[in-house]
Structures are given as C-alpha cells and as structure tokens.
Design a protein around this ligand. Structure first.
Ligand SMILES: [Zn+2]
Ligand SMILES: [Zn+2]
Length: 361
C-alpha cells in the first residue's frame, strides 16, 4: 500500500470541515463563513460514508442542502487523501501575528513592478520616483507608463516610449550603485485580447504589465477570452489589477485613467472565469498582480486565495502615480499575508537580475 493509499483510509472529510470551522471561529472570521463549514459537516454526517464518496465522485455533493462549491472541494480533496487546501492555508496562518507576516513580506520585497511617471498620468518625473524608491530601500523600480490607446492617461506612443527608454538609460547612469530603473509598460489589453504596443518594443522592455482599462463591463465569456488571449501573449509578464474594481474614491489629488469627473465613483468587479484565467497564468508563467492601491485592493482576497491554490506567482505592486505612493506596498503585503501568500511565490522578492531573467525566459 502506498503512502497515498494509506492516507486515503485515514482522512475524514467531516472532521476536516469541522476543523476549518473551528479555526475560522478562532480567527474571528464572519459568522456566515463558519456556518458554511458547520452546516456542510452536518449534512454529510447524516449520510452513509459510501454515499458521500459516491456523490463526491459524481460531483453531486453540492446538490445537498448546506454544501456549496468551497465545502464540496474540501470534501473531495479530503476523500482523495489530501489535506484540503483551505485547511492547509488556515493552519499556515493561524496563531501567527499577521502584522508580523505582512512586515516580513514587505521586508522581502526588493522592488516595485508597476509605477507611473509624468510621462503618462503620474504626477512626478522619473528621477523623483526613482529617488523615492532608493529611499524606501528598493533595489529597482519598474517604470510602467500607459500605452497609446489610454489617451486620458497620456499613454505613450511607440515613439515616446523609445524616447523614454533612452531617457531611462541616462537616468540610470546617475543613480546610486545597487539601484536601477527597469524598463516596462502598463499595456492595455484591447478588446480582442491583443496588447496595445509594438511587438518589437514590448520585446525590448524588461517587464510588461497588462491591464484591462476599457470595456470593463464585457460579458463573462468575452472578458475571459480577452484575458486568456493576453495571458498567452509571450510578452506579458504580469496581469495587472485583474478585476478592475474600485472599492472607494481615489485619494485626494490622485488622478488615474478614466477618472476624469468620476472621482467619487466605485466600480464593480469585471466578470470572468477566474479559474480559467489563473490556470492560464500558471501555464504561461504570468504573475498575478496584488495591486496595493487603497481604492483598488485588487484582486479581492477570495481571488488571491484562488490564484494561490491554482499555483500562480504574484507581484505585489503599488501602481504608484506619485513618490509617496511607493510606500503603499505594505497594504498589498497585508492582504497577501492575510491570504497566506508565501514570499517565494512573489516575483518582486527577487533581485533585479533574477526578475529580468524570468521575464526574458
Ligand atoms: Zn491600470
Ligand atoms: Zn497603473
């Protein structure tokens, strides 16, 4: 009998559901979440063991009152002899000081992969952004100004981007040793999933962040197709603020794409098949951005957890449009730590050379 088979005989899905409920209660999580696991445990306890296994095999657990998608997945993993991912995550973070975890993650970050200058809609010159990054202890800053179609944000044409590359090379010569600006772009993911910049130019850049800024209300099928096409593009390295949501108004004095005259607006998440998108990110080795901006907090925690389960890498970025905003990384770190994202899944814990080697691979 293999280890795996032996484990099969030992795992009790009902005990796992109850354990999860207990840990959620202890962590003072919302009552409805705890109740989901308690009622699933109760529903399954009322059935013969064979019926639970049979329903799990047939994918019919969710037909039972009290069993949802998440709890059904835990049961299936448990029956397969594996510690449910949900439980493993809770065990990994329970009893730990989340502030300390977030701080550790922040300390592990060596740079920022999503920032803007006054070449597009940022408020400051590249030099000032770089110096602020040096003061924060970063080893690098990826400059990712917008692409041409985002006219409200003064997106850079191919010509302007080429000029920016020359300018960055000059600025880099004057910066302290051990720090450098990496070249990049926040390129719009267009309606058909193509990227809004010359292929050859994208190939020259150190880091390519791709984001959806238009047609955010596309229906689920269209948005999913669009995102999958972008992720399959060999130039894409990081999927930026994937849901496009706005949870609050922007901080005073901050402009951003699409916010002219809509400064107090919130925006719902775009609808897409998150499992398909995250699976594609794993397949094409594209990192999922954890956007630190307070008004974005994108992706929401439930999607960070799903991306983590899927096996995605992450980039914890500020999307800073001003030097002071470069310090917002701690917000992203808090959210990441809350979801149990380990430092070794975060690409900006790498040194600049490692990062560039990865994006070029
Ligand atoms: Zn953006
Ligand atoms: Zn941005």
């Amino acid at each position: 009998m293999s280890e795996r088979q032996r484990a099969n005989h030992q795992r009790d899905p009902i005990a796992d559901l109850r354990r999860i409920a207990f840990l959620l209660e202890r962590a003072n999580e919302a009552t409805y979440r705890v109740r989901a696991f308690r009622s699933a445990a109760k529903a399954l306890a009322a059935l013969p063991v064979e019926e639970v296994a049979e329903r799990a095999r047939a994918g019919k657990l969710t037909e039972l009152a009290g069993v949802g998608d998440v709890t059904a997945r835990c049961v299936a993993e448990s029956l397969a002899g594996e510690e449910p991912v949900y439980l493993r995550r809770l065990l990994a973070t329970e009893g730990t000081d989340l502030d300390a975890e977030a701080t550790a993650l922040r300390t592990a970050l060596r740079g920022d992969c999503h920032t803007h200058s006054d070449w597009s809609d940022g408020g400051s010159p590249i030099e000032e952004m770089a110096l602020a990054a040096v003061e924060l202890g970063h080893e690098y800053l990826v400059l990712t100004d917008h692409s041409p179609r985002l006219k409200v944000a003064r997106g850079l044409t191919a010509d302007r981007l080429r000029r920016q590359l020359d300018h960055v090379a000059r600025v880099n010569e004057a910066l302290p040793e051990g720090f450098r600006i990496l070249t990049g772009i926040e390129v719009d993911i267009l309606a058909d999933g193509s990227l809004d910049q010359d292929e050859a130019l994208l190939a020259r850049l150190d880091v390519v962040v791709g984001s959806v800024h238009s047609g955010l209300n596309d229906d689920r099928a269209k948005m999913t197709r669009r995102m999958l096409a972008a992720i399959a593009n060999p130039h894409l390295d990081i999927l930026g603020h994937c849901t496009g949501r706005m949870v609050s108004s922007r901080p005073a004095g901050v402009t951003g794409p699409g916010d002219r005259g809509h400064r107090a607006r919130t925006r719902a998440e775009s609808d897409f098949d998150a499992d398909a998108v995250f699976a594609a990110c794993v397949e094409h080795d594209v990192a999922v951005e954890i956007n630190s901006r307070p008004e974005r907090q994108d992706p929401p925690k439930r999607l960070i957890r799903r991306a983590l389960e899927a096996g995605c890498r992450f980039a914890i970025n500020t999307d800073a449009h001003a030097p002071g905003q470069l310090d917002w990384q701690r917000f992203g770190c808090e959210r990441a730590a809350r979801c149990g994202v380990p430092a070794d899944r975060v690409i900006n814990t790498w040194a600049a050379d490692e990062l560039v080697a990865w994006t070029r691979a």
